[in-house]
Design a protein around this ligand. Structure first.
Ligand code: HQG
Length: 171
């Protein structure tokens, strides 16, 4: 399951071309093409989508197309509507990035958007992927008031283009 999940993440977020796939607007690919390209069954795909710990992948309403809910590096417009964030969001990172982050703000780096979490707990898990997690508090209310736009993915990751240093503080 983990192996299939990692292959899905790679192809639906970063490298669809390696499987000869192109992401349609919204990031969608046809399920039948995908299962054929990955040599997996529809049942295996269903199980990965259902059991994925972060609900990283989602079918469309017809069940004939699938996409990654967030995390893309390839250019794709997920078509998510703007949403009003909670007043405070969190970002989990590690100490070695802090100087740069407080100098230039949070940037999307290789992804499309900066990923923010509604809970400290989730931010801690995100930061811990890279070492001892450091949690930053994001003044999302101030950002929204200043015109920054936010979207929320189907798996509840908050997305925004950049976070200015003035809206960041250590937790
Ligand atoms: C850091 C996983 C220097 C940022 C997670 C992070 C998340 C800067 C790294 C999702 C910086 C980028 C995203 C700046 C940001 N200078 N470093 N100005 N601005 N950074 O992986 O947020 O498992 O692209 O702090 O759970 O760690 O893939 O972003 O450490 O939801 O589904 O640059 O990826 O989800 O790293 O993680 P990433 P992220 P999945």
């Amino acid at each position: 399951m983990t192996r299939i999940s990692k292959r899905l993440a790679r192809h639906l977020r970063h490298d669809p071309a390696a499987l000869g796939l192109t992401l349609a607007p919204g990031g969608w690919v046809p399920v039948d093409t995908l299962v054929r390209a990955l040599s997996i069954t529809r049942e295996e795909l269903d199980e990965v989508v259902e059991k994925n710990n972060k609900r990283r992948f989602a079918f469309d309403e017809t069940g004939t197309r699938i996409r990654a809910s967030q995390g893309h590096s390839v250019t794709v417009d997920l078509g998510l509507p703007d949403a009003t964030p909670p007043d405070v969001l969190y970002h989990g990172t590690v100490a070695k990035f802090l100087d740069a982050i407080f100098r230039e703000g949070l940037r999307p780096m290789n992804r499309h958007a900066v990923h923010l979490s509604a809970t400290v707990e989730t931010a801690r898990i995100v930061g811990a992927r890279r070492g001892k997690p450091v949690i930053l508090r994001v003044d999302a209310a101030a950002m929204a008031a200043a015109g920054h736009r936010f979207q929320v993915s189907a798996n509840e990751v908050w997305l925004t283009a950049t976070v200015p240093p003035t809206c960041l503080s250590p937790l």
